[in-house]
Design a protein around this ligand. Structure first.
Ligand SMILES: NC(=O)C1=CN([C@@H]2O[C@H](COP(=O)(O)OP(=O)(O)OC[C@H]3O[C@@H](n4cnc5c(N)ncnc54)[C@H](O)[C@@H]3O)[C@@H](O)[C@H]2O)[C@@H](O)CC1
Ligand SMILES: Nc1ncnc2c1ncn2[C@@H]1O[C@H](COP(=O)(O)OP(=O)(O)O)[C@@H](O)[C@H]1O
Ligand SMILES: [K+]
Length: 496
């Protein structure tokens, strides 16, 4: 795992609440003090991000997120900014009530929003409508305010969480703010980094509000961010070695019409350092597989004996790319799973598992996208995306293995409930064959001796960072093969 620090910890909303309460109870930090610190941190970030700004429109909800907003509005006015404040509702609750009173006491004016409200123009807008306390999809005036904020022509800064986002799961059941920047308080909420969260937050900053580490001890985290430094889990190579030390990956798949998937997985395994890579595929695909990549070996998987001979030489299997679910694919899949070798299962390898849940080898990594995950759990894709963390954990526990749930903010889950999130990757990677590359990467790392958890975490990280490096500012039109050179750079730790 990456070295644990609070800046790489991801928390549930409930865990952040417990930290708040512990800070108030045991840390001697009253809620009003935390709110003041949140406002101060957010105003400092705002000035850093928009150094020319002098006018502000502040939106305050009725809870403590609104409290942060009232206090930020005060700070801006004290700094001689021109501030206009729009509130949802006539009253604020809890510590926010005192913040609202202070704003009014000092002569601040409040526009109480209705369906006709138009937001005043300003350099920057501060979203303090909803934070972690959002309880349902915004409707009526709340929804109108979010839509108006999205139409606002200046910069948009969200306090803690973009309003409308479920900070636990990254889902947006209704309208949601698309912020240019989000300053989050106390700890990262896990939903900021996956599903819709990745499109709503903009630039992310975290302020711990000065809550000391001991106050948080024993509270979570729920999940850890995979960091660039994780690449260190792969030991440097000594010079006196030969290819036999770095494993022999056998990729099984490529039914009629699908030679590309095994070709991509095979080269990916080589590009992260596997010693030998063989492909077991249809006889007619052998030329296509080795044609422009002669370092790959390819053999016809055309009967039980040839399959057994290939399995006997392999140290790691990657089963599924282009495998199909017909009799040919099923027979290979069945033999491969019973071989007991470290295994990566993807694509039709997963679809066959959903149909026939065979026991899996002790070292197994499943790499489903949300559609495959849904088949494995017997639900629909929307249910997977509604709580990706629960889905990844349920899969790892049901199949007693390590699972990579792919997609924006890929998750790696282990059967013991451990979970890590990859904050890298980009929409250019939503293209054919990218998953095949990931399969090859994870298999290539298993072949070099990593365990299932480390290979899945490092593989997900290396694949996503290679995708970012290859995409640069041109994600659209990136193809899976564009990642190969970048994989080699990233796995060798060269700076981007
Ligand atoms: N001491 C603390 O607890 C701290 C809290 N902080 C801030 O407080 C926030 C959490 O505050 P709260 O728990 O008060 O929650 P919020 O301020 O996020 O929202 C809760 C309020 O919105 C209402 N509401 C929820 N969903 C709604 C919907 N769909 N439509 C209309 N109204 C809705 C609730 O009735 C409640 O009044 C954090 O996100 C953070 O910004 C910070 O000030 C740091 C310290
Ligand atoms: N929008 C995105 N942001 C980050 N990563 C993405 C995005 N879209 C796809 N990816 C990554 O690209 C890969 C696509 O895998 P998959 O859907 O199985 O593709 P294929 O079936 O074409 O091989 C996964 O690793 C996924 O996490
Ligand atoms: K907010």
């Amino acid at each position: 795992m990456p070295t644990s620090s609070r800046s790489t910890n991801l928390y549930t909303v409930e865990q952040v609440r417990r930290i708040d309460q512990a800070a108030i109870r045991e840390g001697g930090l009253p809620g009003t003090e935390l709110m003041q610190r949140a406002a101060t941190a957010a105003f400092a970030a705002l000035r850093r991000i928009w150094p020319q700004a002098r006018t502000l429109t502040v939106i305050a909800g009725s809870g403590n997120n609104g409290g942060d907003a009232f206090l930020l509005a005060r700070l801006a006015r004290e700094a001689q900014w021109q501030v206009q404040l729009v509130a949802l509702g006539e009253r604020s609750g809890g510590d926010a009530a005192a913040a609202r009173d202070a704003w009014i006491r000092e002569g601040g004016r409040i526009t109480v929003a209705d369906m006709q409200t138009r937001l005043p123009d300003a350099d920057v807008l501060v979203d303090g409508l909803f934070g972690t306390g959002i309880a349902r999809a915004p409707e009526g005036v709340a929804a109108h305010l979010i839509e108006a904020m999205n139409a606002f022509r200046g910069g948009r800064l969200a306090l803690d969480v973009p309003s409308g986002l479920d900070a636990d799961n990254g889902t947006a059941p209704g309208p949601v703010l698309r912020a240019d920047a989000t300053v989050s308080f106390v700890g990262w909420k896990r939903g900021l980094f996956t599903a819709d969260g990745v499109d709503c937050c903009g630039q992310l900053e975290l302020d711990l509000l000065g809550i000391p580490d001991p106050v948080c001890a024993g509270i979570g985290p729920d999940c850890e961010l995979l960091e660039a430094g994780f690449a260190n889990v792969l030991p440097p190579r000594i010079r006196n070695v030969n290819k036999g030390r770095f494993g022999h990956v056998l990729i099984i798949g490529g039914d009629i019409g699908m030679p590309g998937s095994v070709r991509l997985a095979g080269e990916a395994a080589l590009r992260v350092g596997a010693g030998l890579v063989s492909i077991a595929t249809r006889a007619q695909h052998i030329g296509a597989v080795v044609g422009d990549r002669p370092e790959l070996m390819a053999m016809a998987a055309d009967g039980p004996q040839s399959t057994e001979a290939m399995l006997a030489r392999a140290s790691v299997l990657a089963v599924g790319p282009g495998l199909g679910q017909g009799a040919w694919g099923h027979a290979l899949w069945d033999k491969a799973l019973r071989a007991g070798l470290p295994l990566v299962l993807d694509a039709d390898g997963l679809n066959l598992l959903a149909r026939q849940p065979l026991p899996l080898p002790a070292t197994t990594v499943l790499t489903p996208h949300p559609g495959e995950a849904a088949r494995l759990l017997g639900c629909d894709t929307a249910a997977i995306q509604a709580d990706r963390f629960a889905a990844a954990r349920a899969l790892a526990s049901r199949y007693a293995c390590v699972v990579v749930l792919k997609g924006a903010g890929s998750l790696v889950a282990a059967a013991d409930g451990r979970i890590a999130l990859c904050p890298f990757g980009n929409p250019g990677m939503a293209s054919a064959g990218m998953g095949d590359v990931l399969t090859g990467v994870v298999a290539g790392l298993l072949a070099q001796g990593l365990g299932a958890w480390d290979a899945a975490c490092l593989g997900t990280l290396v694949h996503a960072r290679a995708g970012d490096r290859a995409a640069g500012p041109r994600p659209r039109g990136m193809i899976a093969s564009d990642l190969f050179e970048a994989l080699r750079d990233v796995v060798n730790g060269s700076p981007s």
